[in-house]
Design a protein around this ligand. Structure first.
Ligand code: ADP
Ligand code: MG
Length: 549
């Protein structure tokens, strides 16, 4: 026993391990978290700038979307990664507000740092932040407005699209986004599954040429040119079995000794194919969408019957078709039944920017719809897609919760005022944290003002006094920098986007503040000597982005 105690210190960490403790660890994490916020700050709001991200393969993404920027940035610092996760949670829960969440987190961390310097204990700050965030949710809940008219939904859709590549056609896009979300609402479960809105992109044409297809667009052509290219009042068979002769004994060579035998063999095959096609005809279908192959001869028979057929359709398309046309996928032609068939007003082959696709549209009660987005170039159309994605998310949340708030920094300003008042009743050192939290809320209107190119000091001062005077919807017109009523201006956001952004930001700030020991198995990427003042080098791709921010 005594022997062992004299063998020196017990090593529990590997040789490569690095350890940063206490204040250094906290400073390192706070700095990394703030750096993430700094990276997206300039993209906030309608006048936010875009970023061009180039990955190691040379692929380029041009975007204004917070979560896209952060996920494309290849961030490695563990603390920074946690901030990115907060943005991802925000994205999953609401579909929007990711930049807001990250900016709030950054500001909460910055103000926490100041408090720590004044000697406030990190857990006290964390507790105060938590308390303030609960109060913030209460304040926002009671300030929210009900969604009554659909005009408001279009405004919500538009607000989420503002400042993105979709700007040029946001009115038209917003309307089809609202229609799409409404179409896939499930009245029974009262849920909205956005996977039933298929977003297809087409390079070529103007953004304003984007459309909502009340049904499905299949990226295929008719299998045979003799088939009709359009079928009105379509009855559609969805088939996931090949319309081919099944080779029962695989690889068995058929040896034919005389011409009659060959003829007999071919006749038998033909008869089998004929029979398959007859079953389809008997069911009453005039369109066939097959997930597998269709034999040439069967194609010919189908064409003769005036049936439009598509082969090797994607399984996801077939599933969407089933929902859109109210049909059932059949896996054996033997038991195809008229009840299985789907219905659509029109099935037609159309040329979209030089690409042939089959449109299945005019469905009666489509529970699956398609947004066909167009844009001049691939990068444009991809950014439109991201904007539409955010927009779909907010309309969904607004429909589900039925509660909205004005945008443009109005709720954050109202919160700052309410929380400062609330802080007076908190007492102790937590009060300082609640006050810091209140100040952090104003990071949103301040950043909107900065990005609009106006003085944040003047803007904030006016916002405060207008809110003091009871104008709850006063916010920053990010185009002009004027303070206006955001509800009148049609800038509205779902309540959940705001409450979740505050929650995500508080969660990550609290998480980082509570860490006082970082033990890493290998090299973090930053050098040990610099612990406590990490450089961007510890954050993967961020070093390379410096020039663009
Ligand atoms: P996020 O990723 O947080 O959604 P955005 O770049 O989409 O970031 O900016 C959202 C912010 O911009 C919100 O505070 C929203 O209210 C505000 N905003 C959007 N449109 C306008 C507008 N027309 N005028 C003022 N503020 C706006
Ligand atoms: Mg947004």
């Amino acid at each position: 026993m005594a022997d062992r105690m004299q063998t020196g210190p017990v090593l529990i960490l590997g040789e490569e391990a690095q350890r940063t403790s206490g204040r250094d660890a906290r400073e390192m994490n706070v700095t990394a978290g703030r750096a993430v916020a700094e990276a997206v700050r300039t993209t906030l709001g309608p006048r936010g700038m875009d970023k061009m991200l180039v990955d190691s393969m040379g692929d380029v993404v041009v975007t204004n979307d917070g979560v896209t920027i952060l996920t494309e940035m290849d961030i490695e610092h563990p603390a920074a990664t946690m901030v990115v996760e907060a943005a991802e949670t925000q994205e999953d829960e609401t579909g929007d507000g990711t930049t807001t969440a990250v900016i709030l987190a950054g500001d909460l961390l910055r103000r926490a740092e100041e408090l720590l310097e004044q000697g406030v204990h990190p857990t006290t700050v964390a507790r105060g932040y938590r308390q303030a965030s609960r109060e913030a949710s209460r304040v926002l809940e009671s300030a929210a407005h009900p969604v009554e008219e659909s005009g408001l939904l279009v405004e919500i859709a538009q607000t989420a699209m503002t400042g993105k590549g979709a700007e040029a056609a946001k009115q038209a896009l917003s309307e089809i986004v609202v229609q799409a979300v409404r179409a896939v609402r499930d009245d029974e479960s009262d849920d909205i599954d956005l996977s039933n809105v298929t977003v297809e992109t087409v390079v070529g044409g103007a953004i304003s040429g984007s459309e909502l297809v009340e049904g499905v667009v299949v990226d295929k052509q008719r299998v045979n040119d003799d088939m009709p290219w359009h079928v009105e009042d379509a009855t559609i068979a969805l088939v996931d079995t090949p319309i081919e002769v099944q080779e029962t004994e695989a690889d068995t060579a058929v040896s034919v000794t005389d011409p009659d035998q060959l003829q007999e063999f071919l006749d038998r095959e033909e008869a089998q194919l004929r029979e398959m096609v007859d079953r389809i005809v008997d069911s009453g279908a005039n369109v066939v969408v097959c997930q597998k192959g269709i034999d040439d001869l069967a194609q010919h028979f189908l064409a003769q019957e005036g049936i439009l057929a598509v082969r090797r359709a994607k399984q996801s398309d077939v599933n969407h078709l089933a929902r859109a046309t109210d049909g059932r996928v059949v896996s054996s032609l033997d038991d195809i039944d008229p009840d299985d068939l789907g219905h659509a007003g029109l099935v037609a082959e159309r040329d979209v920017a030089g690409d042939t696709r089959i449109f299945v549209e005019g469905c009666d009660n489509p529970r699956s719809v398609t947004l066909l987005l167009r844009g001049g170039t691939e990068h444009v159309v991809e950014e439109v897609e991201r904007a539409v994605h955010d927009s779909l998310g907010v309309v969904r949340v607004a429909l589900l919760d039925g509660r909205v708030l004005p945008g443009g920094g109005a709720p954050e300003t109202a919160l700052a005022l309410a929380l400062r008042e609330y802080a007076d009743g908190v007492g102790g050192r937590e009060q300082l944290a609640v006050e810091a939290f209140a100040d952090a809320m104003e990071a949103i209107p301040r950043t909107l003002a900065e990005n609009a190119g106006v003085s944040p000091v003047d803007g904030i001062t006016e916002l405060r006094s207008r809110h003091d005077a009871g104008e709850e919807s006063a916010g920053m017109n990010a185009e002009t920098g004027d303070v206006v009523d955001m509800l009148d201006a049609g800038v509205v956001e779902p309540l959940r986007v705001k409450t979740q952004a505050i929650q995500s930001a508080t969660d990550v700030a609290e998480l980082l503040l509570r860490i006082d020991d970082v033990i890493s198995a290998g090299d973090l990427g930053g050098s040990e000597d610099e612990a406590g003042a990490p450089e961007m080098g510890g954050m993967g791709g961020m070093g390379g982005m410096g020039g663009m921010m």
